[in-house]
Design a protein around this ligand. Structure first.
Ligand SMILES: *Cc1c(COP(=O)(O)O)cnc(C)c1O
Length: 373
């Protein structure tokens, strides 16, 4: 089979989703499956739906369109504020979107009125991540503004954590968001359907006994796909951490320990020193590089050490010699490695445990790289 490729175990994704949605449902929280790390791959999105998510979410309209073209009809929320240049596509493909800018909201209202549809607005509140978000003091006035527009409906408010700033969510923030939701409802005279508390970084808290106040939704990507809490990197109990494996081939193997390293030049005036170090043992060159993935985000098989990478090569040292040219090596991936590997056309995607519908369906040419195993 071709390499490099990502082997995706759909049964593990369904299982992770089922465990998380089941445990969060018991706390009154529904889950949106976030597909941006897999570029809206419709087969993986379907595995999330089969596992029990109530809808999907992605940051890019192109990913949403990819899912719609593959026949996914579940509700999809755009979780990045829409680009002014893409508004028609947004209202045609997404039922709701995350918003922080009046100018964008009014243009969305005009675009959906033109198309004769209604678009849901979720206002994103700044809660410490320092990325996109409306300051708490400005939420009420924007909410009132949205409530007065034709073509859009104020559906809820949302906060985000631990993406840009790495600040994790806490109970006080959940209470604060809930209080703001209550104020918005009082001022706008209508109930908010959604109070969305955050992403995978909320899971440890959501599964503990913390007071989640009005939070009734989380958007989950990393925990479903990789089974880990993005803040600590720890495995979430009962989840699979190996639903995705990157497989690449050995293209050269040599003991290069006798070759003297070329003296490297330092810039004039540098106070750094070059410390020479020689590595003994076999050097293994693998057919994957920085263009394909985040090489530092790969988990190596035991006995292998990372020496470095270039655009198309990964260089490892190996303490044993059971591998040879052509041997396939299996790597685990963190979020950064996964998201890059899923985005490049050079890495093929093969699925384990596809649902019956996919096994029998004749695949369209657009999916000609899809291997069913
Ligand atoms: C990426 C993203 C998520 C999902 O984050 P994970 O850590 O993968 O669960 C949720 N909400 C927003 C706004 C995002 O940008």
């Amino acid at each position: 089979m071709n390499s490099p490729r990502i082997e995706v175990d759909l049964a593990k994704i369904r299982q992770n989703t089922k465990v998380l949605t089941g445990r969060l449902k018991a706390r009154g929280i529904s889950v949106l499956g976030v597909t941006k790390a897999v570029c809206g791959n419709p087969v993986i999105a379907q595995a999330m739906l089969d596992g029990g998510v109530s809808g999907l979410a992605d940051a890019r309209v192109s990913n949403v369109q990819r899912m719609r073209e593959a026949g996914i009809s579940a509700p999809i929320t755009l979780i990045r504020t829409p680009l002014l240049s893409q508004l028609t596509d947004v209202v045609e493909s997404c039922g709701s979107s995350y918003n922080t800018e009046r100018r964008v909201i009014s243009a969305l209202a005009a675009a959906s009125t033109d198309l004769g549809i209604n678009h849901g607005i979720i206002l994103v509140m700044e809660a410490g991540d320092m990325r996109d978000g409306i300051l708490p003091k400005d939420i009420i006035s924007i909410a009132k503004y949205v409530a007065g527009l034709q073509g859009v409906t104020l559906k809820g408010i949302a906060a985000n954590f631990a993406c840009f700033s790495r600040v994790p969510p806490d109970q006080q923030k959940m209470v604060l968001i809930s209080e703001i939701a209550k104020d918005v409802e009082a001022q706008c005279g209508r109930a908010l359907e959604i109070v969305s508390g955050g992403n995978s970084s909320n899971i440890p808290m959501a599964l503990s006994r913390s007071n989640l106040a009005r939070i009734n939704e989380l958007r989950i990507g990393e925990a479903i796909l990789l089974g880990v809490d993005p803040v600590s990197g720890d495995r979430i109990p009962h989840l699979h951490t190996d639903a995705f494996v990157l497989i690449a081939e050995v293209i050269e193997m040599n003991d290069k320990s006798d070759i003297p390293l070329q003296p490297q030049e330092l810039p004039k005036g540098s106070r750094l020193q070059i410390v020479r170090h020689y590595e003994s043992g076999n050097r293994v060159i693998i057919s994957v590089g920085q263009q394909d993935t985040d090489c530092l985000g790969l988990t190596l098989p035991s006995g292998m050490t990372h020496l470095g990478s270039t655009s198309d090569h990964l260089v490892l040292r190996m303490s044993h010699s059971e591998v040879g040219v052509g041997t396939e090596i299996r790597f685990g991936m963190n979020y950064s490695a996964l998201m890059r590997a899923m985005a490049t056309p050079n890495v093929q995607i093969s699925f384990l445990h596809p649902p019956r519908s996919l096994r029998t369906r004749k695949l369209k040419p657009a999916h000609s790289h899809l291997n069913l195993v």
